[in-house]
Design a protein around this ligand. Structure first.
Ligand code: FAD
Length: 347
């Protein structure tokens, strides 16, 4: 029988896919990373915070040029004027450099990287791809496929259950009005089903909102109101350096193994349905999938991923349902659905 073109084809070269590709290639597998972007990591669609622990596990992902700022705490501002502090040591990244660095590590281990190439679908053993610039269609064969194609994963959609509820986000990068060493989180009625954030990044800050589309609020209108509030407080200057946004999976984990297809990162719903944090989980699931494939036991990936992430993310998804039902009473529901509050742990 003819050997497949690759041991593993990975769709998506974000942190999940690139980590998986890096570790598989390092373990000796023949790997291809496919992404429709022109440049890995660009455009950035992220507030760019990662917890410190990730850098202990993968120090090679944290050379000094990926770190924009160190942070110590996450400070929460409520509409009832209570301010709650939570230790949250970590980094605000240059996310484009972070993603590029992991993909470069994969390339150094001899993973192939095919950019400007879109995944279209499967046909038996064939993985159909299309060159974005020429629309030329072609196929490759692979023993396994890893779906690392982000929140609106086509790989997940074509193979079974996939995320259907998302948070809609919008973000401006703006100059800071004063020095800031903490991550700031704001709960406001005009940011329904989500929250606003100000994450410092050197002399700049990522200022954004995530809302639940269920409330039919215009995410840009919500962001502009939030920007008015934080500029009035002198936190940031009224100048937009960069704009971005994107979708955050808000449902919890989806079945990670579908015969010879593994889902990692946002594609498998491994993003926190309340906080929206997903970079660390993307790296970790990418790493677990690589390990299981190197050991020839993909079932092990499903078991480990569900054991490690299932309880937390699915519990958060349940809490999210409560949050949505009681958004009319922020003072009641926020403390019960955010880990920074004592009530969260009692509920
Ligand atoms: C505004 C915003 C702010 C956020 N802030 C944070 C934060 O501060 N901290 C945090 O931890 N998380 C944050 N997140 C979530 C975080 O960005 C994601 O969890 C993380 O990017 C998931 O990584 P991934 O590799 O799974 O997917 P992605 O980073 O989305 O990578 C998927 C890749 O797949 C490619 N792709 C998609 N479809 C195809 C296709 N058909 N063919 C070829 N390639 C394809 C894409 O081009 C992309 O490069 C934020 C998200 C948003 C939208």
């Amino acid at each position: 029988m003819k050997k497949a073109d690759y041991d593993v084809v990975i769709i998506g070269a974000g942190p999940a896919g690139a980590t998986c590709g890096y570790l598989l290639a390092k373990g000796g597998a023949k790997v291809l990373l496919v992404d429709f972007k022109r440049e890995v990591g660009v455009p950035v669609q992220c507030a760019e915070f990662v917890p410190l622990q990730l850098s202990h596990k993968f120090p090679e992902f944290f050379p000094k040029e990926v770190i924009a700022q160190e942070v110590k705490d996450m400070v929460h501002f409520t509409p009832w004027n209570k301010v709650v502090n939570m230790p949250s040591e970590g980094f605000v990244l240059h996310r484009n450099v972070f993603d590029r660095n992991i993909a470069e590590l994969a390339r150094k281990e001899r993973a192939d990287l095919l950019l400007r190439t879109r995944f279209l679908g499967f046909e038996g053993e064939r993985v159909w791809l299309e060159r974005v610039d020429t629309r030329e269609r072609f196929f490759l064969t692979a023993d396994f496929v890893v779906g690392a194609d982000g929140p609106r994963s086509r790989v997940a959609k074509l193979t079974g259950e996939h995320t259907q509820s998302f948070l809609a986000t919008a973000q401006f990068t703006m100059p800071l009005g004063r020095d800031l060493g903490d991550l700031l989180i704001f709960f406001r009625d005009y940011i329904p089903g989500g929250y606003g954030w100000v994450f410092p990044k050197g002399k700049l800050a990522n200022v954004g909102v995530g809302v639940d589309p269920f409330f039919k609020v215009n995410v840009m209108a919500s962001l502009r109101k939030f920007v008015e509030e934080v500029t009035a407080e002198g936190l940031v200057e009224k100048r937009i350096v960069k704009r971005t946004g994107g979708w955050i999976p808000a449902e919890g984990v989806k079945k990670p193994l579908r015969e010879r297809i593994l889902l990692v990162g946002d594609a498998g719903g491994f993003c926190h349905p309340i906080t929206g944090g997903g970079i660390a989980n993307a790296v970790l699931t990418g790493s677990m999938a690589a390990q299981s494939l190197l050991e020839g036991d993909p079932q092990e990936y499903e078991e480990e991923a569900l054991e490690v992430f299932g309880p937390t993310l699915n519990r958060a998804a349940q809490k999210r349902k409560k949050l949505m039902k009681r958004w009319d009473d922020l003072k009641f529901i926020i403390p019960r659905t955010w880990i920074a509050f004592d009530e969260y742990w009692k509920d």
